[in-house]
Design a protein around this ligand. Structure first.
Ligand code: ZN
Length: 276
């Protein structure tokens, strides 16, 4: 299977980024693509954590794995975010590719490396579940992506039901909390010191990744208490919703990790192909 890369036109460009941990020299264009990839994954990750936050803050029931439900909500919110459709669609495609690349990396040693008991579905399942919902939402926009992922036509058609069922379920649960006239509690944003990851912190701030996600939540839902979206160094590549602290924490290390993943999978593979 070929690597799924079906990014739409219109990627936003950014400043050149320093060479990644792999030590590979990147062209300005490759650096911009890798940073886009990392930032798109950051946006998706925040929306995934927002799924956990809504479940926790609004006391919503969850049928099935909460992790799958959070992924589904992230996809639904991004697909329906009309503020910048191309950016949202690129965010989804890159994030699905991210799970795919992670899956390829983690299955290199064989089945023993797969964590079947994890609260998350397998990375490869998360990638396919996302692409299914995307093509189920809009066959025209995401049919090519679904083809690259080798999802057969019959399944692509039934993905429309998969998407609709997830969207209806989330809407039913969230409707009593929609922000109409009444505004809920606010979301404060904080970017902490980033040390060696300062380039990623600056990029997150320039693109207003945390702010945009917070604005969408505040405009859409009535939160019962104030919450914080915080970006910080964590010592690991991860992100969390912490109900005790009433916050979503995004770790700068995750952006660096995704940047490296892109370089390993796309840039290095392209360079290899060019040498042959
Ligand atoms: Zn999660």
């Amino acid at each position: 299977m070929t690597f799924p890369r079906a990014a739409l036109a219109g990627l936003i460009c950014c400043a050149a980024f320093a060479a990644p941990a792999t030590g590979q020299e990147l062209t300005d264009e490759q650096a911009a693509e890798a940073m886009d990839f990392a930032m798109h994954d950051a946006a998706f990750t925040l929306f995934h954590e927002i799924g956990h936050l809504l479940v926790g803050e609004l006391g919503l029931p969850v049928l099935g794995k909460e992790e799958d439900a959070a992924d589904a909500l992230a996809v639904i919110l991004l697909l329906n975010d009309a503020s910048d459709e191309i950016e949202s669609f690129n965010t989804l495609i890159d994030s699905a590719d991210g799970w795919y690349f992670n899956a390829v990396k983690s299955t290199g040693e064989g089945l023993d490396d797969l964590s079947f008991y994890d609260e998350h579905s397998l990375d490869i399942q998360r990638a396919y579940a996302m692409v299914c919902m995307m093509v189920g939402f809009n066959q025209k926009e995401f049919g090519e992506t679904a083809d690259i992922y080798e999802i057969d036509k019959e399944r692509q058609e039934s993905c429309a039901f998969t998407y609709q069922q997830a969207a209806n379920s989330w809407t039913t649960l969230l409707e009593p909390h929609f922000a109409a006239d009444a505004a809920g509690a606010g979301i404060s944003i904080s970017y902490e010191e980033a040390g060696d990851f300062a380039d990623f912190a600056a990029e997150l701030q320039d693109r207003r990744v945390l702010e945009k996600a917070a604005e969408l939540v505040v405009a859409s839902f009535v939160l019962p208490r104030p919450v914080t979206f915080r970006a910080a160094l964590c010592g690991e590549a991860n992100a969390y919703y912490d109900p005790d602290a009433a916050e979503i924490l995004y770790c700068y290390e995750l952006a660096a990790n995704m940047h490296e993943l892109y370089v390993e999978n796309v840039v290095a593979q392209a360079d290899e192909a060019a040498v042959k």
